[in-house]
Design a protein around this ligand. Structure first.
Ligand SMILES: *Cc1c(COP(=O)(O)O)cnc(C)c1O
Length: 474
């Protein structure tokens, strides 16, 4: 492709994306294809000869789009949103355009210094202590794994890094039973082992029970174990519950444990001063993660990981083979030493575009609108006797259940609510996911796409009420 062709195809591609957004509501939110439908349209092997670019692009419509689930559709209310935005898309395009690899400072000083500075902006906006220094990882799963490995090396004084696990098989760590599964996955990958993750019971609000946490720590100490880390969740994935961070922090101080805070989703809302009270106790945290790629208009991937003791992080991960001539860490940031990968995408650019385009107030306004939209939906449910609210309503996450009749058993109610979700999803108008709380199947609703408004949630409420009534009538 020559430069002129690139220009023409590039303009056309931007046009295609703009049209996608203009008509996004015509698509079924959840892709309706069956397994294998896409793959069977793709040849066994790559083409021998290069093809016309137009032909490739045409296949986006014929092959790819039917197999797309539309995460940017305002009626995507499943899981958590993974927002993008026009400024973010353009920054990402530019980042791909210059094609850099931001391994260490010399490989693009601007990438390293911008990453440091935008993460400082975000830290200050969220009200995190100034000692926290940031790095952008791909996902919260990676950020939490990084924290677990750092905590492990802190207490092993780098002996596991050096010699492997021999003699260090008694480490135990703690999270609530509502913690994201990435915690357990990280413990498995870091060699701590699933059997050494204590899942602490939660209270009626699905927040970690602090007495049960202390009991578990004391019990492990009595058994000769070495408790080393607690992972507190601010905004659980199931119901957006908030663990009591201050009390957990005080326990971590008392028992000298690493405290990692998983605020992957709700972290975005800490740019709102009215939610920063939830961070009380964060002074005791050693590390913290939030995903800007969930609710902060920055396209995937952009997981912002903060740590206080950067020397510990760097000592854990640093590696300077002869083929890398990085400038000294005393003068610059070599982000290759702040986590597992050597090669790194230039992700700071999109965060910079987003923060400058919207400004703090613009981002705050978007989040507050989502919360108001969710609140109006919440009010509709509370006024309808056939629906129950199944968890404390926080921010923009609603957990509800249809219960038309007090005599239905739990398994009948579970089947009914799971059926409602699958009916809604196969209709294509909305995409919802369910989960279980205390064994009850619930419907989880998260209006969080940038352009979602009350008309969308009103339409969802009507659809839920009608679908539920139809299913109940059999
Ligand atoms: C989404 C989420 C994660 C995992 O995020 P990834 O970036 O997809 O790894 C972890 N913890 C919580 C609380 C989450 O909501």
């Amino acid at each position: 492709m020559n430069t002129n062709e690139f220009r023409l195809q590039g303009y056309a591609m931007i046009n295609r994306i703009a049209e996608y957004y203009e008509h996004i509501e015509k698509y079924p939110v959840l892709s309706q294809v069956a397994p294998g439908d896409i793959k069977k349209q793709l040849p066994e092997n790559m083409p021998e000869q290069g093809e016309q670019f137009e032909n490739i692009v045409q296949d986006i419509d014929s092959i790819i789009m039917p197999g797309i689930t539309h995460w940017q559709h305002p009626c995507f209310m499943a899981m958590f949103p993974s927002n993008t935005s026009y400024p973010s898309i353009l920054a990402e395009l530019f980042s791909a355009g210059i094609g850099i690899n931001a391994m260490f400072w010399n490989t693009s000083p601007a990438a390293a210094e911008l990453e440091e500075q935008v993460l400082n902006w975000l830290r200050n906006a969220m009200g995190l202590p100034a000692e926290f220094q940031g790095v952008i990882h791909d996902t919260a799963s990676t950020s939490t794994l990084t924290a677990i490995i750092c905590a492990r090396e802190k207490y092993a004084q780098y002996a596991i890094n050096e010699n492997g696990y021999s003699g260090f098989t008694n480490y135990t760590m703690y999270c609530s039973e509502q913690a994201h599964y990435s915690v357990e996955k990280g413990a498995r990958a870091a060699g701590i082992g699933k059997a050494h993750v204590r899942k602490i019971i939660t209270d009626a609000d699905f927040a970690m029970d602090i007495q049960a946490l202390e009991n578990a720590i004391q019990n492990d100490i009595a058994m000769g174990k070495k408790p080393f880390m607690v992972i507190a969740t601010l905004g659980t994935t199931n119901s957006l519950a908030f663990d009591p961070l201050l009390e957990i922090g005080l326990l971590c101080k008392k028992y000298d444990l690493w405290l990692h805070v998983d605020a992957a989703y709700a972290g975005s809302a800490f740019i709102l001063p009215e939610y920063q009270y939830l961070l009380s106790g964060v002074v005791y945290a050693d590390s913290f993660v939030m995903n800007a790629h969930k609710w902060l208009m920055t396209n995937f991937d952009c997981s912002c990981f903060y740590i206080k003791d950067t020397a510990l992080l760097i000592n854990t991960f640093t590696h300077n083979p002869d083929y890398i001539n990085a400038a000294p860490d005393t003068e610059v940031r070599n982000y290759k030493d702040w986590g597992l990968p050597l090669g790194r995408r230039f992700r700071a650019l999109k965060l910079w575009f987003v923060m400058r385009h919207y400004g703090l107030q613009g981002l705050q306004e978007i989040l507050r609108n989502h919360m108001r939209t969710a609140e109006s939906l919440y009010d509709q449910f509370t006024q309808n006797a056939s629906w129950e609210i199944m968890a404390p309503f926080a921010m923009n996450v609603l957990c509800v259940r249809y219960k038309p009749d007090a005599h239905l058993t739990v398994s009948q109610l579970n089947a009914l609510n799971e059926n409602i979700i699958s009916q809604i999803n196969s209709g294509g108008k909305f995409y919802l996911t369910g989960t279980k709380l205390n064994g009850n199947s619930i419907i989880r609703i998260v209006p969080g796409q940038e352009h979602v408004v009350q008309q969308h949630t009103d339409a969802l409420f009507d659809l839920l009420v009608n679908t539920a009534a139809e299913i109940s009538a059999g």
